[in-house]
Structure formats: structure tokens, C-alpha cells
Design a protein around this ligand. Structure first.
Ligand code: 8YV
Length: 324
């Protein structure tokens, strides 16, 4: 039987690449250079399956092909706002993602960011490495207590709930949530969480706000200047979801004028480019280079989850993580 042809758009963990190569007619991207829209167009004419990542912008230009050979886009990652679903569906492509397997690690990173920004860990490390630390004193790099504070979680899916677990049971935090659909009462009770009716209702209540909603047109600039003004003047914003959820210009202004306590970001609107105004916010902004799922364990599990989806699809079964 002829094996389906599969294009992997970036380097993946070796164990996953080996399994893919054993089971499919695989083209690996040994140079690990992101594909251009024209290379993606060529790929859609050539391969049965394309396995993209967040660095592949699969918009109308990349999908502008007369008749695609590709029948499945098996995305490596849970977020898929980089894929134009309507256009991909018009070509008859199935789209899958990799939920669950990265929830723990992404939640761990959200906690890392929360602690880093509140306890001024980035500033402290920079100061020490620059040789500027004069020694202990009672007023040195005094930050904000995290334990026992109120955490607002926007988007209470799998990752949001893992953040709630860590914050509530590990740090004794009070949890309030906003979710576009009602959250099961039993789930809320696990964390003694309260669901608010709107983002506007949630923001003024929180010492920390952590974003866990999907990206895409519906949540674009959900956190804008009006909503930043609803936050407490000493509250912190944490984003491990998608850069487009936050209006970066508005956030930079809030940070510069200190209308909020600070922010910590793992995702950006035009990755890997960073908004020049955010670059200037050194005192109250922590930034990491999209590390949410960057552990050996999660990255390998994400790869094997893509394989599960491919197996289902090419066996003629509904893929377990089909999103469109
Ligand atoms: C992934 C992520 O590493 O899964 C996601 O949605 O944001 C990251 O953790 C990235 O998307 C890989 O494509």
C-alpha cells in the first residue's frame, strides 16, 4: 500500500520524527527555517498531510492554490488561530490540534510569569548579572505578594483550569473566571471559583489577570485600553494565550503611565518581532519567547498526539482532535 505523504514544517523531537518517518512518506525540514507562503502553496499541491506550527501563517495567500492535494492540516499545538479555517475547509482539509498534553506545562509557565513579574525576578537577575547588586537592604526590589490574592482567569478551558488548580491549592488564591459559555458548577466548586458574566465585571476584582482564551478574530484586542483601565492600579496582566488578544500599544501605554502594576507576556502579536514600545518597558514588564509548552515532555507528547490524529485520519476514522 502506498504510504501517505507528510510534510513536517519545522524540526520536531527526534523520537517523533523517527516514528513519522517509519510510518509515512515523510519530508522533514532539516534546516528548521519557517516556510514562506509560496513554499506552503507548493506543499499543499504535493503532500497528503501538512503538519504546521504557530510559525506557519496559513492565510488566504498560502491557501491560494487551484486544487489542494493536502487533506489534513495536523497542527502541532493547541492554538490554531494561524490557520484560516474557512479557506482550509473550502479545500476540504480537516484540521486537528494537540490539546491536553501541554496544559500542565503552559499552566506552569503562567505561574512562572506571575511570580516573576510580581516578585521582580527578571529585574533582579538582570541587576545581579550586570554587577549592579550592592547587597541586601530592606527596600531593595520590593515586589508584590502573590499568595492569597485574587486571580482572574479569562478562558476557563483545560489550561485555565490547570492554572486555577496551581493558584488555588498552591498559593491559596481566590479564583474568579470569565468564560464565553457557562462553566459546570462542579468544575467551579473544585477551586471555589466564581464565574463572572463579563470581562468588564471580572477585571476590577482581580490582583492578577491571566489570559487563557483562544486567539483569532473573536478575541482580537479583547484587552484594550478601556479594559486595562478597569484593572486595579496595582494589578498584573499575564498572557500565555495569543499575542493578538492584547492591544500591545494600549498595554505599553498602561505600563509606561503605570496605570496597572505590571504585565508578563509569553506571546506577541507579530512574533518574533516585539512591539518597540513594549521593549522600552523594562521595570514592570516580563517577556519570554513563547515558552508555554517548551518542555521535553510536552513537545514530545504534542508530536505523538499529532501522530494519533494522522492514524485516525488515514484509517478513515474521525481524528480525536478534529477542530474543523
Ligand atoms: C506551541 C502554543 O508550542 O500549543 C500552542 O498553542 O502556543 C505553543 O505552546 C506552539 O503553538 C507550537 O505550534
Amino acid at each position: 500500500m502506498v504510504k501517505p505523504s507528510v510534510l513536517v514544517t519545522r524540526r520536531w523531537p527526534a523520537a517523533v520524527e523517527q516514528r513519522l518517518a517509519a510510518e509515512y512518506e515523510v519530508e522533514l525540514n532539516r534546516s528548521d527555517r519557517p516556510l514562506t507562503p509560496s513554499e506552503l502553496r507548493e506543499a499543499f499541491l504535493k503532500y497528503d498531510a501538512v503538519l504546521p506550527t504557530v510559525t506557519d501563517r496559513i492565510g488566504p495567500d498560502a491557501l491560494d492554490v487551484p486544487k489542494a492535494q493536502t487533506r489534513i492540516l495536523a497542527n502541532y499545538g493547541v492554538g490554531y488561530s494561524h490557520i484560516d479555517l474557512e479557506n482550509a475547509k473550502r479545500h476540504g482539509m480537516a484540521i486537528t490540534n494537540t490539546p491536553d498534553v501541554l496544559s500542565d506545562c503552559t499552566a506552569d509557565l503562567a505561574m512562572t510569569l506571575m511570580l516573576m513579574v510580581a516578585r521582580r525576578a527578571g529585574e533582579g537577575e538582570r541587576q545581579l548579572r550586570a554587577g549592579d547588586w550592592d547587597g541586601w537592604c530592606p527596600t531593595h526590589l520590593v515586589g508584590t505578594k502573590v499568595s492569597g490574592k485574587t486571580l482572574g482567569i479569562i478562558g476557563f478551558g483545560r489550561i485555565g483550569q490547570e492554572v486555577a488548580r496551581r493558584a488555588h491549592f498552591g498559593f491559596g488564591m481566590k479564583i474568579v473566571v470569565f468564560n464565553r459559555s457557562p462553566v459546570d458548577q462542579q468544575v467551579l466548586e473544585q477551586f471555589s471559583a466564581v464565574q463572572e458574566n463579563s470581562v468588564d465585571d471580572l477585571l476590577p476584582l482581580c490582583d492578577f489577570v491571566s489570559l487563557h482564551c483562544p486567539g483569532g478574530p473573536e478575541t482580537r484586542k479583547l484587552i484594550n485600553s478601556r479594559r486595562l483601565d478597569l484593572m486595579k492600579p496595582d494589578a498584573f496582566l499575564i498572557n500565555t494565550s495569543r499575542g493578538e488578544v492584547v492591544d500591545e500599544f494600549a498595554l505599553a501605554q498602561s505600563l509606561m503611565f503605570e496605570t496597572i502594576g505590571g504585565a508578563a507576556l509569553d506571546v506577541f502579536e507579530r512574533e518574533p518581532a516585539i512591539h518597540p514600545m513594549l521593549q522600552q518597558c523594562t521595570r514592570n514588564l516580563v517577556m519570554l519567547p513563547h515558552l508555554g509548552s517548551a518542555t521535553r515532555e510536552a513537545r514530545q507528547a504534542m508530536g505523538f498526539r499529532v501522530l494519533d490524529n494522522l492514524h485516525d485520519f488515514f484509517d478513515g476514522k474521525p481524528p480525536r482532535d478534529r477542530v474543523a
